[in-house]
Design a protein around this ligand. Structure first.
Ligand SMILES: [Zn+2]
Length: 114
């Protein structure tokens, strides 16, 4: 949007819709390593990737990663609106591949420029 439409990041409002959240995005070492390699420069990486001693796996906060990426682009904190909806926790009203597997439906969003 900055390049194509010459938008000032301070004028952009971002919404983080329903998605799998850190409460359910649990992964094994291989996936953790991919995320760590890409995002270890982030100051709060130790809050983003948490080891679960009990299951020997990791919980990853992809929402926080996306918020960091938005901040890096100059989006104002007050213009990052988070729905705070986890698709797994709310799979009774929103599809979740992780919860429903192959039978899961798909979620969509409609976005337009004014
Ligand atoms: Zn959840």
């Amino acid at each position: 949007m900055k390049e194509k439409y010459n938008c000032d990041p301070k004028d952009i409002i971002c919404v983080i819709g329903p998605t799998i959240r850190k409460c359910h995005f649990e992964v094994k070492q291989d996936v953790r390593d991919i995320f760590y390699k890409e995002f270890n420069y982030m100051k709060n990486i130790n809050d983003i990737i948490k080891f679960n001693e009990k299951t020997k796996s990791y919980f990853i906060d992809t929402v926080e990663i996306n918020k960091n990426l938005l901040r890096e682009e100059g989006i104002l904190e007050e213009n990052i609106v988070d729905s705070k909806v986890c698709t797994v926790c709310n799979s009774n009203i929103i599809h979740s591949y992780r919860k429903e597997g192959e039978k899961a439906g798909r979620n969509t969003a409609i976005i337009c420029l004014q």
